[in-house]
Ligand binder design. Sequence first.
Ligand code: ADP
Ligand code: MG
Length: 215
Amino acid sequence: MLEVDNLGKRYGDVLALEDLTVRVEGGKCLVLLGRNGAGKTTALRCMAGVLLPTAGTVKVDGIDAADDPAAVRARVGLMPEVPGLYERMSARDYLDYFGAIYDIEPGLRKRRISELLELFELADAGDRWLGTFSKGMRQKVALIRATLHRPRLVLADEPTSAQLSEERRLRARDLHSQHGGGGAPCRRHRNHVGRPRARGWQHGRASSPLRFEKA
Ligand SMILES: Nc1ncnc2c1ncn2[C@@H]1O[C@H](COP(=O)(O)OP(=O)(O)O)[C@@H](O)[C@H]1O
Ligand SMILES: [Mg+2]
């Protein structure tokens, strides 16, 4: 489903990412580990088709992100590390707005938004302005936004850094089953949700082939 070959990104003089090759099949969860500045966010943004790499290729379902970034973006849900939420919108209205952008039919998106707010224990806060939300609540809204259009692939950058450990475990499991057990390379720190089996990155380079674990 996701094929990344020799991916590299340079920002001027800074080599952020070098020679990353990974494959993720449907239903698998890939965890990227690496120290600060290792290039994880850069790699995720390239995989989501929102950042152009300077080397290598990204393909989602066989579609090359360089040839058709819009088609790749339609298949991918990206949860950024810093969710840019509109402070003066309620969570429900905000999600509805993005649901419309994703072209989800109004009745269906209303239903999906209610289900997901319930799943993330945000149903009671759904009509409050996002500006009043805590960091963990904002993360959850960003994750809901990223999964609303039922993307084939979910990429989440630091998805649970503001959440309690028990919450992280439950959310990862629930989200995975919401996607029919299909899904998602997700990204999390070493001590989030069990013990990832992926190897670490150093200095923007995969220090060894990344391995996959089933969520
Ligand atoms: N827009 C940018 N311009 C210049 N350098 C950047 C930019 N974004 C990231 N970098 C640099 O690229 C490297 C990798 O960053 P990043 O992908 O954010 O790493 P990580 O997510 O693993 O912490 C770092 O050295 C960072 O300073
Ligand atoms: Mg990062």
